[in-house]
Write a protein that binds this ligand. Sequence first.
Ligand code: F6R
Length: 608
Amino acid sequence: MCGIVGYTGQKDCVEFILKGLTRLEYRGYDSAGIAVMEKGRIGVRKAKGRLKNLKNLVEDNPLKGRTGIGHTRWATHGEPSDINAHPHVDVNHQIAIVHNGIIENSYVLRRGLEQKGIRFISETDTEVVVQLFAYYYKDDMLNTLYRVLPMLEGSFALGVIDQHRPDTIYCTRKGSPLIVGESKEGNLIASDIPAILEYSRDIYFLEEMEIAVVEPAAIRFYDEMGNFIKKESSHIDWDMEAAEKDGYAHFMLKEIYQQPKVLADTLNHYVDLEKMAIRREMMPFSPSEAQALDKLTLIGCGTAYHAGLMGQSLVSRLARLQSECDMASEFRYKDPIIEKNEAFVVISQSGETADTIAALRLAKASGSKVAALCNVIGSTIAREAHQLLYTVAGPEIAVASTKAYSAQVLVLMILALDLAHLRGRLSDEELKAGLAELAALPQKAEALLEQKEHIQYFASRQFNCKKIFFIGRLLDFYLAMEAALKQKEISYIHSEAYSAGELKHGPLALIEEGTLVMAMTTQHHVMDKMASNIQEARVRGGTVVAVGSSPTPELRAVAEVWELPPVDDRFAPLLAIIPMQLFAYYMALQRGCDIDKPRNLAKSVTVE
Ligand code: F6R
């Protein structure tokens, strides 16, 4: 999704901005651009396609200045093109802006300006904003922002430069994230922390409708009403190395391999492993709250939704607490019935997914307690929830989520155990035994990763297949959904997840000679049922792989088995997802796909 970087200081801004945009490449984009204040005039370079096109353009036709803004665009209004790329400038070339988000009333605003004689050159909603700034400009950009922002419907993060104040960047946000970073070399703005982490670790998170006036040696903040406000910065201590590939061919592979450490770090965050006790202060519900709960709803999108499905199943099963999982994109429109004693966990790696933010706000407005299971401290979701359940996964760069998913599922497993214990469904000993099982997972995950060769070999034989079925029952069905999503998003192979018991109610018609069927078989009490379902697929020509631990002879008789280390059924999907991630990765590699930046997808979906 779109990215913003800006710099104002004593140094040449071009290098800062291009480096920042490079760090944002992982978010997905189709064009890029930069605007620089050059001797009091605004110079702009824009190029469709990869960032290297913009870099070549800037090399052939250099820009020099100490204040500038840059952008990577992901087309929403108007096709990807040089003209539609940001920054956009007004007709008099006095103001330039970059914008993330969508201006929903841009058509009406555009018509109004056109009737006043203003000519547009692009198809974007962003150009409407810059033309409005120019039209209403009196003598100060700050006042102009207060005049124009209330006219804009939708979402925006804006970075603005203005010829009248050549060393200043103005920025603001509503619904899309924006941060301001302080550094000795100058001050920066960005849509995402990695963009400026190399230069600044002291970050200010703008709240909705706040405005920052960023100068080389000062940053001033104003609230929506124009009052000057004092803000505290947050120190970000991520390791810069964490945002590099570290010798792996792709971020996705690196992130798959980081999972044993991520599981160990996340576990340590929530569990005192010496005492085998949950750290109470980390959990969202006190004993009395846990006992009073009538319902727990989990909400997320995509992979986060799949983690939520796993969580709701465990919470219902272990804590005997009614639990549901909703897609955030549905929840906000379905007029949900919210119980009096209902609590929510919203799940989001980035903490900036528009649908999930909307669901969080809806849940909060109902008066319910809302916890955020989130990987980015300081993100909108992390800040707005009543309590943060932090996933200690470090920055996730590949578009396809792997380690964040594992961390989310692990935290939900801990939460389910905690609720079960607090509600009297698990004894102290049973809780300790459950935690000890979880504590053994990082080592088992490590052992699994060592078996990657056979998956790589299998992928080298199967990568031309046209479709794959992922089947399972109960937790394994949710696992199958995540495995299918990984496969389709990075290898572009049509992948269907199906509840195994439902196969014979329709989809069996699609199984033919050679159809690949990946069967998730981690749940021992339904393993015989799975063996029957696998047989149904096999006799119709399906090639079946079963993934699970301690397979029965019946299962071995009907499928090639990818065996997991022995593991408690309740927690097994956390191991089983690893071979599925590797399988998707190697299939995509064989097919020559752009693994870290799959087509049409963005890392964080900040628009609806
Ligand atoms: C798939 C994937 C997406 C995200 C979804 C939600 O691999 O990464 O499905 O899970 O867009 O994103 P977050 O978790 O940032 O809210």
